[in-house]
Design a protein. Structure first.
Length: 304
């Protein structure tokens, strides 16, 4: 007589569970001391994938590891190190929705400089690994107002990253200029590029870094324009505004800080920058927030 035997499911540290394990709960509570203790007592929790709806944008579901969660929550270096010691391979593993490494996420969410430096050193190849939108960690650092020491830390690991273009043809210099980066950051990027490349490299819509600088409204606009053009910034900016007001083919909306460019994350209310680089401008040249919100493409964002 055959008696069926019911065996319990085999548990795997790489299984994907909906919900949060204890380590993730401690990370979300920002209880860093308890999180380190949990890692030391139960190191396999660092290998557990969990499902998080709206991890980036309130819409797309992502399968993430505790390292991804920690990088998004500004965890201190001691926590990041503890996770990496328990699961060394985690620095090279991408989350599922946009294929972003821990280093991408650290740069996107403005993690601490020592965390970004550590992740870049632990997985140097990650500084040249693009996400689903063709963007490197340096793109996100430049979109997030990262100071020059963060940008320098990424460039020091791999200086070739300054020439890497995303799927819209945007190199980190284009992104930095559009998002109003410090003049020192712009200068650092320019200095790392081959002669004349800052002047000649364009986005897919034909914009140079100088043209993008002329479109933004930032305190250091004239300084950046002067840096990129080598002539008087005020004169160049005035000339550009006169000739481009009727332009219908834009890479970005000229006003980079209007409230309509922001959308709240449905999951947690975190302010997110709708990616103006991925949005089609309407026939009148106006920004369409409805089309942007429904486009399903998430891009550069500022940390809350």
């Amino acid at each position: 007589m055959h008696i069926p035997i019911s065996l319990p499911p085999i548990s795997s540290p790489f299984s994907r569970n909906r919900g949060r394990n204890k380590l993730n709960l401690l990370l979300f509570e920002e209880d860093w001391v308890s999180a380190i203790t949990e890692i030391e007592c139960h190191p396999n929790e660092t290998k557990l994938w969990t499902t998080h709806p709206g991890f980036f944008d309130g819409d797309h579901e992502s399968h993430v590891l505790p390292i991804h969660v920690a990088c998004s929550l500004h965890a201190p270096l001691e926590v990041i190190r503890a996770i990496v010691r328990a699961h060394p391979q985690c620095v090279s593993l991408a989350e599922s929705s946009f294929k972003r490494l821990p280093l991408h996420i650290a740069c996107q969410f403005a993690a601490r400089i020592e965390v970004i430096e550590y992740l870049a050193r632990q997985h140097a190849a990650g500084t040249m690994e693009a996400d689903l939108l063709g963007r490197l960690p340096l793109h996100y650092a430049c979109s997030n107002g990262a100071p020059s020491d963060v940008v320098n830390a990424l460039i020091e690991v791999n200086s070739s990253s300054v020439l890497y273009a995303d799927y819209n043809g945007w190199i980190p210099l284009h992104v930095a200029v559009h998002f109003g980066a410090e003049t020192e950051v712009v200068k650092t990027l320019v200095d790392q590029m081959p002669p004349m490349s800052a002047e000649t490299m364009t986005t897919k819509k034909g914009s140079t870094a100088l043209k993008l600088a002329q479109k933004v409204r930032t305190k250091n606009r004239e300084e950046v324009v002067r840096l990129l053009s080598g002539v008087d910034g005020a004169a160049v900016a005035a000339e550009f505004e006169n000739e481009s007001k009727s332009s219908r083919s834009l890479d970005v909306n000229p006003s980079g800080s209007d409230p309509e460019h922001w959308a709240a994350s449905a999951a947690g209310g975190t302010p997110q920058m709708i990616d103006l680089l991925d949005i089609q401008v309407s026939a009148t040249g106006d920004f369409n927030p409805v089309a942007a919100a429904s486009s399903g493409v998430v891009g550069y964002s500022r940390a809350a």
